[in-house]
Design a protein around this ligand. Structure first.
Ligand code: CU
Length: 235
């Protein structure tokens, strides 16, 4: 043990010298476990009070040291397919622009009255001319003026490190750089505050980190869709 500690200290010292001398020394340092560029995946799993996997939960990791996060200028899409927003929950980084293509053969009128973004795309078919840019972190609730049952959400994250759970209640935030993070989750039916779901994680190896949430959710009372003419079933 004594030998290996000595060896590690020597190796670290020689590497830091190498950084000053040449670029190859830096490349060598990158593969070391204590390298500042170390990263690991964060695997999140979310279930409800009945241990049923929860889909559409957003998991957000925020660096604890308050590292400056630059706003992304990405593009994203929320479709309208079969008179629904797809996906139901879309997570984006602050600064992202979203287009809302209408894939149906009827017109939609997409709007939001949410504090994080108020906007309106008056009755249209096809792809609206301009995407909508989301500059303020928070939850944006989407609706359609014509079809009351159409509800969707855009979660605007202040951190670029986020993911949304799949049908198995699983989400992976890939390549989280080493350091400490506060990790929280949000879901449209969350009973408690988003902040109260916060957990801490320390990325200190390249092995995946794992976090688990058991969320207390409100019942899903999304309004039923209107019946299609001539059919007795709700579509
Ligand atoms: Cu509509």
């Amino acid at each position: 043990m004594k030998i290996s500690v000595t060896a590690i200290i020597w190796y670290a010292l020689s590497c830091s010298t190498a950084i000053k001398r040449n670029a190859s020394g830096y490349a060598l340092l990158l593969v070391l476990p204590w390298s500042p560029t170390l990263a690991a995946d964060l695997r999140a799993s979310v279930v409800d009070g009945f241990a049923t996997p929860v889909a559409d939960a957003v998991v957000i990791a925020v660096p604890e040291n308050g590292a400056v996060i630059e706003a992304k200028q990405d593009m994203a899409t929320v479709d309208q397919i079969d008179q629904q927003f797809v996906p139901y929950v879309k997570a984006i980084a602050v600064g992202t622009s979203v287009s809302f293509p209408n894939k149906d053969d009827i017109r939609h009128h997409v709007y939001s009255f949410s504090k994080a973004k108020r906007f309106e795309l008056p009755l249209y078919s096809g792809v609206p001319a301009d995407p909508v840019t989301f500059e303020i972190p928070g939850v944006v609730t989407l609706g359609c003026n014509i079809h009351d049952w159409m509800v969707g959400y855009i979660y605007v994250s202040e951190s670029p490190w986020f993911a949304v759970t799949d049908a198995e209640g699983a989400a992976v935030i890939k390549g989280l750089p080493e350091g400490k993070y506060r990790v929280r989750t949000w879901h449209p039916l969350l009973k408690v505050s988003e902040e109260s779901t916060e957990q801490s994680v320390d990325i200190e190896t390249t092995l995946p980190a794992e976090l688990h949430w058991v969320l207390s959710l409100k019942p899903d009372i999304r309004p039923r869709r209107a019946p299609i003419g001539g059919m007795k079933v709700y579509h």
